[in-house]
Design a protein around this ligand. Structure first.
Ligand code: ARG
Length: 261
């Protein structure tokens, strides 16, 4: 995770960002800190990346890389405003002894990649349409040695895979069908017959931008119906408030890069 100390909305690269909306960086830090404390209280270890002035989106740490089985596939940001973030993530992984593979293709890390270790023997889901290029899906498959299923994102409000779909355990997902092309919806229905499906309102409340450890599902507190569906399915929803970071177009998952040994 990376503190939103320098968080602002000074450019707009997704439909949620509005440069005229004031941002309360102090409140953003407070809300982000509560998310960090929530993860720690659930027994997770949280490493911190040092935020850098001039990189206001650095708080969305999920975009900096994608890690599977101890191998890190690095990010290459689409927009130049975020390009410099990739080096900070790379330095973190290299300093901590991870095997790092530098990308040639445009991709925004876990923003557009999800991993399900027990689905169909170990499956990577990858989004394209707004940020990550399909060529990066092939590159990730070669780097990580897991099959990658490409999914076409078609609604600009859901510009990253992780605002439209999340893994809720090692083999199942929750997603919002409307974010995907008709063919990709068919693929998801075939791969995940038991998936939990979210409605428009929960999706637009960033409900899908969640992090799950297989039991506890940390999600945006406005996604109340989704929390109910998760509970009914046997999960333990843990709502958190992240209203300030929503102004940049992200929530829980965007703030967390998962380290998979
Ligand atoms: N403002 C950031 C961007 O548009 C938000 C990134 C959100 N992160 C995510 N994993 N979806 O790039």
């Amino acid at each position: 995770m990376c503190s939103p100390e320098h968080f602002t909305v000074e450019y707009a690269i997704n439909p949620w960002m509005d440069v005229t909306t004031p941002v309360d960086a102090g409140l953003a830090v407070k809300q982000w800190d509560r998310l960090r404390e929530t993860l720690v209280a659930l027994g997770h270890e949280v490493h911190l990346l040092t935020p850098e002035a001039g990189l206001p989106d650095m708080v969305y740490a999920a975009n900096g890389a994608f890690v599977v089985d101890g191998t890190v596939y690095g990010a290459r940001f689409k927009h130049e405003q975020r390009a410099a973030e990739a080096a900070a993530h790379r330095a973190f992984y290299e300093e901590h002894g991870w095997r790092f593979i530098a990308p040639s293709e445009t991709n925004e890390g876990e923003g557009d990649f999800a991993y399900l270790p027990e689905a169909h023997g170990g499956l990577i889901l990858a989004g394209y349409g707004f940020r990550t290029e399909p060529a990066a899906h092939a590159e990730a498959q070669e780097a990580l040695g897991r099959p990658v299923v490409s999914l076409h994102l078609v609604d600009p409000r859901f510009y990253h895979l992780d605002v439209a779909l999340a893994s809720i355990d090692d083999e199942n997902v929750v997603y919002y069908p409307g974010a995907f092309s008709a063919a990709s919806q068919k693929v998801l229905a075939q791969l995940f017959p038991d998936a939990i499906v979210a409605d428009d309102e929960d999706a637009l409340a960033f409900g899908l931008n969640l992090v799950s450890d297989g039991l506890n599902v940390v999600l945006n507190n406005e996604a109340t119906r989704l929390a109910g569906k998760l509970k009914a399915a046997g999960y333990h929803p843990v709502p958190v408030e992240l209203a300030e970071l929503k102004k940049g177009g992200g929530s829980v998952k965007c703030c967390i890069a998962e380290l998979r040994h």
